[in-house]
Design a protein around this ligand. Structure first.
Ligand SMILES: [Zn+2]
Ligand SMILES: [Zn+2]
Length: 349
């Protein structure tokens, strides 16, 4: 039983550009529609690097980072009905109001008062977290907490991007960037019914893993990817291309490899302009360029079920487990900052 005066350990951002620090803070009290979750896993995401550095401002400070969270419900508020103490859950990271224009028209990711965990409200680098019960997604026993935590971000982004791409059975697709998002995207594209999935990257190891998941690997360091995709599709191009890297060059390639009426979904982040030959690459083929950001709460239950059924294998996503320790977490963030990351590091308190 949690008492009011009890404290939790959290690793928190105190100031932009400084290492995170361990702090003892009071265990948050929950409201009638909230739950308190004992955290069992919190993923370290590339965006956490940008939060710590100040590139993407975090407020208010100090703040407990971490938006990929899974754990066990410790306490449920009096009006909570969907989950109860002892349940395993993953947490949807956007806390939305449910009432504003966007919430009530099916686009809750644009909620005018949206509070993202670990960005605008305390997140998962801690022993406990309080969230509205509405944000809890039941996590089946077959999915380990570490994998459940990462499902809530990388896989969810790919799932949303593919839904935005309107990928249909029989379509062909190309995925640019085979990191955590790309590996999920390949499997999900197959599950959505894509016949051929081309995986474009310059890392041979990742391409080998992509091939294991049934993709056709294209190493952009040895062949021009657009020409290769044209060659392999008998000149037709693909129906759907996903850009998960965030480079103007690969964004353009994603558009250039489309067939007529193809859809390129851009989910990689960049602030650079994208240049196109607007007639030959856009208008002439009636292709669409679609932006995709975040995901929706309503998408998570099906995604979790796909992972439970092993349609989406998340067993290779988590590559390292670390304790809830400020030095270990700062080291993991430093490493992500310097080299990017192939796999996910997950904190297990
Ligand atoms: Zn993330
Ligand atoms: Zn809202």
């Amino acid at each position: 039983m949690i008492e009011n005066e009890d404290y939790l350990k959290a690793v928190r951002m105190i100031e932009a550009g400084r290492p995170l620090q361990a702090q003892q803070i009071p265990i948050p009290r929950i409201g009638k529609r909230d739950i308190l979750v004992r955290i069992r896993a919190a993923g370290i995401c590339h965006s956490d690097v940008h939060y710590r550095s100040g590139l993407s401002p975090v407020k208010p400070l100090p703040m407990t980072l971490g938006h990929e969270v899974a754990g066990i419900v410790e306490q449920a508020g009096a009006h909570v009905t969907g989950v109860k103490a002892g349940d395993r859950v993953g947490l949807h990271y956007n806390i939305t109001c449910g009432n504003c224009y966007h919430c009530s028209t099916g686009s809750e990711q644009f909620c005018s008062t949206c509070l993202m965990l670990g960005h605008f409200t305390d997140g998962g680098y801690a022993e406990y977290i309080a969230v509205p019960a509405h944000n809890a997604i039941p996590l089946p026993d077959e999915i380990p907490f570490e994998q459940g935590a990462t499902l809530m971000c990388a896989s969810a982004t790919s799932f949303h991007a593919l839904r935005k791409a309107r990928l249909k059975p029989g379509d062909t697709s190309a995925i640019f960037g085979i990191g955590g998002l790309g590996m999920s995207a390949i499997q999900l594209a197959k599950a959505f019914g894509a016949l051929d999935v081309f995986a474009v990257d310059i890392n041979e190891e990742k391409l080998n893993l992509a091939a294991e998941y049934g993709a056709i690997p294209i190493n952009a360091a040895s062949v021009p990817p657009v020409a290769e995709i044209r060659r392999l599709t008998k000149g037709r191009g693909v129906d759907v291309a996903l850009e998960l890297i965030g480079l103007p060059q690969t964004m353009r390639q994603a558009v250039q490899c489309l067939g007529v009426m193809g859809r390129a979904v851009i989910a990689g982040l960049s602030n650079k302009p994208l240049e196109l030959d607007t007639y030959h690459e856009l208008i002439g083929n009636e292709v669409e360029i679609i932006g995709s950001n975040d995901h929706l709460l309503q998408e998570l239950p099906s995604l979790v079920e796909m992972a439970r059924r092993k349609i989406l294998d998340t067993s290779k996503v988590v590559t390292r487990i670390i304790p809830l320790d400020a030095d270990a977490i700062n080291d993991a963030l430093d490493e992500l900052e310097r080299f990017g990351g192939d796999g996910r590091t997950v904190i297990v308190p």
